[in-house]
Design a protein around this ligand. Structure first.
Ligand SMILES: NC(=O)c1ccc[n+]([C@@H]2O[C@H](COP(=O)([O-])OP(=O)(O)OC[C@H]3O[C@@H](n4cnc5c(N)ncnc54)[C@H](OP(=O)(O)O)[C@@H]3O)[C@@H](O)[C@H]2O)c1
Length: 213
């Protein structure tokens, strides 16, 4: 699959490297292909293009920019008719007490707002609930067949199937959480992960898994 990744920072780099290892073609879409602040990683087959060119070339588009940049980035993306867009962003901000919080939630979500900004696209929320380290190396030995879960949600079934396949390619067990409105639960889950990993002083190499009986 041709995967266009918009944003070549920590998340975009880790996902791109891992999907390339799984055999996908990666096209980074950046503001300045000849020297942005963040440098896209180099690996075999990777290409770096302006955002609208990358979107055009991608079978699937991954949005991996800061939340605050999204409205501007969307204006650069061009024609998104029918495109599957994976929203990895989290609407993070500092609250009045200065602690990390979500800028919106409960009555809407970042993913739903992004879908409003790009009505022709098929937005799927995914790859937002862990730090990038876990996309770079999604291996957790010592747990038998148990795989880390990748929650995703969206309103288009076929789009979710494509995203589930990309999650599987990285070694995750895809878990369909439901319609895009479920991002109201997945974005706070990211905040919980960040608080445990960063503010609790813990190692970021941990993930959610699902035990069944
Ligand atoms: N970090 C994590 O572990 C993690 C995990 C899950 C989800 N997330 C979410 O994923 C998103 C990306 O996080 P990150 O840590 O990868 O961020 P990052 O390392 O800061 O990278 C952000 C990327 O977005 C680009 N960008 C910024 N403003 C832009 C604009 N106006 N137009 C076009 N491109 C722009 C930057 O390009 P330039 O070089 O041109 O500035 C850079 O390539 C965030 O929404 C974050 O909340 C992060």
């Amino acid at each position: 699959m041709n995967v266009a990744i918009i944003g070549a920072g920590q998340v975009g780099s880790a996902l791109g490297r891992s999907w390339a290892k799984a055999g996908h073609q990666i096209i980074y879409g950046v503001r300045n292909p000849h020297g942005g602040k963040t440098q896209p990683p180099t690996f075999e087959g990777v290409s770096v293009q302006l955002i609208p060119d990358a979107v055009r070339a991608g079978d699937i588009v991954v949005l991996a920019t800061p939340w605050k940049a999204v409205p501007e980035v969307v204006t650069f993306m061009g024609d998104l008719q029918g495109k599957v867009v994976i929203d990895c962003t989290n609407p993070l901000s500092l609250n009045a007490e200065g602690s990390l919080s979500l800028e919106i939630g409960s009555t809407t979500s970042g993913a739903e707002e992004i879908q409003r900004l790009m009505p022709a696209a098929r937005v799927v929320k995914a790859f937002n609930t862990y730090g990038w380290e876990n996309f770079e190396n999604p291996s957790y030995p010592g747990h038998g067949d148990l795989r880390p879960v990748m929650f995703h949600c969206g309103d288009d079934e076929e789009a979710k199937e494509q995203v589930a396949a990309l999650a599987q390619d990285l070694g995750f067990e895809p878990v369909d959480a439901g319609g895009l409105g479920m991002a109201r639960s997945l974005e706070p889950l990211a905040l919980l992960w960040i608080r445990l990993a960063v503010q609790g002083g813990r190692n970021p190499n941990f993930v959610w898994a699902r035990l069944r009986r």
